[in-house]
Design a protein around this ligand. Sequence first.
Ligand SMILES: [Fe+2]
Ligand SMILES: [Fe+2]
Length: 158
Amino acid sequence: MSIEWSKSLATGLEWQDNQHKELFKRISALIDAMNVGLGREEVGRIFRFLDEYFVVHFSAEDEAMMKYNFPGGAFHMAEHRRFQQDVEQIRDECRGNNITTSTVIKVQRLVVDWLINHIGGIDKALGEYILRIENKGAEPVRPEDPAQVRTDSTKTLS
Ligand SMILES: [Fe+2]
Ligand SMILES: [Fe+2]
């Protein structure tokens, strides 16, 4: 299974896209290492990198959400924690045992469920939200604030 970052996952926010690309690269290397039966040492090395990189990446997104008061930030942050726990669980499995086919399948499922759905979903929403603020220098319309949406559409109609 080859996994690659694609343009359809671009959020448009440079730092966020670059970090996502790096995550894809490393997770792809992890899956390859597992598939070709590389030693636990190699797999452990990639996991160590991922542990550190997830901290860097999730902290960057969490801080941006707090800074810009991103709607749904609490849910998004909770998803990050859940992802980290999933990764930790798989890493522990790899540490204690030889890597089985079921472990490889779990990593692949994690990639699809988490990276593609998370990045293609709420990360994209976050990136677009921040870009709107940075480009316009104004608070964007917040989806959960119907009063503001109504005000804006009234302005457009008049
Ligand atoms: Fe992300
Ligand atoms: Fe995220």
